[in-house]
Ligand binder design. Structure first.
Ligand code: HEM
Length: 127
């Protein structure tokens, strides 16, 4: 493994906004990958029958899980929104205006995050 290369992931001095957005893109992507693994791992409970899975759902639909869902939504929405911005740039849209495009997507992602957090909170509170 190239550890020198990995250390460079964390070198912020003299970097521009593009690097910061990619830094979060990479770590949000790794977070989603870890979540996907955990999600597949918990789905294996289905093999043990409905009661095992329902007992697990009882835990994951408790209010203790709300902060985790809010974090998960924030990370997923950031990754998706910033990923779409990068793809637009790569197709030639907003070239030379990446900074403005970043902030448009960041504000859009923030609004979406607030709405998603409100929806999941109201669902959990009504369970
Ligand atoms: C709406 C769905 C998604 C979009 C639009 C998207 C888009 C992107 C883009 C464009 C990049 C590259 C950024 C760049 O080169 O500057 C990226 C990186 C990455 N994505 Fe996604 N992605 C999505 C969903 C996911 C999911 C569900 C996972 C994990 C299960 C994931 C894992 C990753 C990882 C690990 C990286 C970093 C790769 C690296 O370090 O070079 N992405 N994503």
């Amino acid at each position: 493994m190239n550890l020198k290369g990995v250390k460079a992931w964390f070198r912020f001095r003299g970097r521009r906004l593009g690097f910061v957005s990619f830094f979060f893109q990479r770590f949000s992507g790794l977070f989603l990958l870890a979540y996907l693994y955990l999600h597949l791992y918990d789905l294996r409970l289905l093999v043990q029958g409905p009661s095992a899975y329902e007992a697990f759902l009882g835990v994951t639909t408790s209010l203790w899980f709300l902060p985790l869902y809010v974090i998960l939504f924030g990370v997923a929405i950031y990754h998706g929104a910033n990923g779409l911005r990068v793809m637009l740039n790569e197709f030639g849209y907003g070239v030379g205006k990446s900074r403005q495009l970043f902030w448009v997507f960041a504000v859009g992602a923030m609004i979406l995050w607030i709405i998603a957090s409100y929806v999941i909170a109201s669902l959990l509170f009504n369970m």
